[in-house]
Write a protein of this length. Structure first.
Length: 128
């Protein structure tokens, strides 16, 4: 999980493997050990509520996202947009990495071959 913070905005971006784990009930966690200051942990979970909930403690943020929102978002993947919320004065964004999602969800296309009529030989077999 990647967490980006700027001003009053926080963006959580996960990959497809983290999304799969999140959908089966596993918590997605980002942990940073700050020298001399301990750990700083951000975590994501899915909840049954219709609105997100942010629980902040000393060195730990836990964001609970509405499962229904995430499942509807997953049905649109791959896409560049994500889910956005305003919670306790923070602009929160959740997204799945679009490049990873494209690789995992869209079928691979065979690479383009050379121009017709050039080379006179058979083209190499395409990779699966």
């Amino acid at each position: 999980m990647k967490v980006q913070m700027q001003g009053q905005g926080v963006r959580f971006r996960i990959d497809e493997a983290e999304l799969a784990a999140l959908l089966v009930g596993t918590e997605a966690v980002n942990r940073t050990v700050l020298p001399g200051a301990g750990e700083f942990v951000q975590s994501l979970v899915l909840g049954a509520r219709s609105a997100p909930a942010l629980d902040c403690g000393a060195g730990h943020w836990r964001l609970s996202l509405p499962r229904a929102d995430v499942e509807a978002y997953v049905a649109r993947l791959p896409c560049r947009d994500g889910l956005e919320y305003q919670v306790q004065g923070l602009a929160l964004a959740f997204e799945v990495d679009v490049r990873d999602s494209t690789r995992k969800r869209l079928p691979r296309q065979a690479p383009a071959t050379g121009r017709a009529g050039r080379g006179g030989g058979a083209s190499a077999p395409s990779r699966p």
